[in-house]
Design a protein around this ligand. Structure first.
Ligand SMILES: *Cc1c(COP(=O)(O)O)cnc(C)c1O
Length: 385
């Protein structure tokens, strides 16, 4: 086995697919120290710049002082602390859904929820560009797994029309993590009504950013229905870690009994929940952060002019620059790195073959000057590469 692992690693390297971790020696922020070098970073999903916020650092220190650092036992034994419970109630109120449930990560939430809500005899309908953990959750659930072309409402309808599954669940990213575009959730919800299906929305990249006060994609599109089950992560715009699922009370009650990644896992430390409560307050009061962020997005989109590479049609903080080949994407990323700017090159299997790209992630922590520097560097790269 070891020899075949080495062979597989060598092959990845040859194909330009070997991934390398950078060693970080600073907090997650717009200016970071990675591999001992200072960089201006467009890599993180910390869209509001909360990951290093002084109020959240204080909240975490205080909460650790009065609740300790460990959860000690699973939720159904003695792990469910008041800080977890308060945060669940606060999140449900914030996203205007009846109830919410915390998971330690978004990955765990997707696996747990899909595994619990559907099974043999049921069917999941999934966008082809869904995040990997929605796919993993679908396989794990044993429900029939139907994939449709990206954002293609008609393709989805043709699948629903012929399905004889007992329970039907449409599962999609609300904002696509590597494309930044928003799913046609209103159309999907209409299909749910028509074909008695339910809608599972993964709002990892919309929560905190979209919506009137950062409530996320559902609020942005003004969608409300008992057929909606929402998931959002708390390690991106919320700046900390974890995830929650929000839905009708009966769904949450059922998940508490049956979502295995909830039942058989130790919850995140209570102090993290206390920190997240402070973070949700900052999100709710963060209209200025969001308007600064959307100002940067507008500026970037209207001032970047490339012939070789093009920006994908995204309205959100994820602004992918489509390059094509793995080697070209790596070369562009390396060029920017030499200019002191970090932007990750995203390659297959994270994105389809031939669509390697730079995933530029804008944050409210960036200044207009930061964005101008990035634009100048990309324009320079175009004339050199
Ligand atoms: C990041 C992400 C997840 C996983 O969330 P974690 O909390 O990082 O495990 C799930 N879905 C989408 C769309 C994501 O981008």
């Amino acid at each position: 086995m070891l020899a075949s692992l080495q062979l597989a690693l060598d092959k990845r390297k040859e194909e330009g697919l070997l991934r390398q971790r950078r060693l970080l020696d600073s907090p997650q922020a717009e200016h970071i120290v990675a591999n001992s070098q200072p960089y201006l970073s467009f890599c993180s999903n910390d869209y509001l710049g909360l990951a290093n916020h002084p109020k959240l650092i204080t909240a975490m220190q205080q909460a650790a002082g009065d609740s300790g650092v460990g959860s000690g036992a699973s939720n159904l034994i003695t792990g469910h602390h008041r800080y977890h419970d308060d945060l669940e109630k606060q999140l449900a109120r914030f996203v205007c859904l009846p109830a919410a449930l915390l998971f330690s990560t978004g990955y765990m939430a997707n696996i747990g929820v899909l595994g619990a809500l559907v099974g043999r005899g049921d069917a999941i309908f999934a966008d082809k560009l869904n995040h990997a953990c929605l796919n993993d959750g679908s396989y794990y659930s044993l429900a029939e797994f139907n994939r449709f072309a990206h954002n293609d409402v008609a393709a989805l309808e043709s699948l629903l029309k012929v399905s004889s599954a007992k329970h039907k669940l449409i599962a999609v990213d609300a904002v696509f993590s590597m494309d930044g575009d928003i799913a046609p959730l209103s159309e999907y919800l209409a299909l749910c009504e028509k074909y008695d299906a339910y809608l599972y929305v993964d709002d990892a990249h919309g929560f905190g950013v979209l919506g009137k006060h950062g409530e996320g994609s559902l609020n942005h599109l003004k969608l409300k229905s008992p057929r909606i089950i929402m998931m959002a992560t708390l390690g991106k715009a919320a700046g900390v870690a974890g995830a929650f699922v929000a839905a009708e009370q009966v769904v949450i009650d059922y998940l508490i009994q049956t979502a295995k990644s909830y039942v058989y896992s130790t919850p995140a430390p209570p102090a993290l929940s206390a920190t997240l409560s402070a973070s949700v307050n900052l999100i709710e009061q963060g209209d200025d952060l969001r308007s600064h962020l959307f100002g940067l997005i507008d500026y970037f989109k209207s001032n970047l002019s490339c012939r070789k590479w093009h920006l994908m049609p995204s309205q959100t903080s994820v602004q992918p620059l489509l390059v094509g080949s793995n080697q070209d994407a790596l070369a562009l990323s390396a060029f920017l790195q030499n200019c002191g700017i970090l932007v990750p090159a995203i390659r297959p299997p994270t994105v389809p073959v031939g669509t390697a790209r730079l995933r530029i992630s804008l944050s409210a922590a960036h200044t207009l000057d930061d964005v101008k520097k990035l634009i100048v560097a990309i324009h320079q790269a175009e004339s050199v590469l």
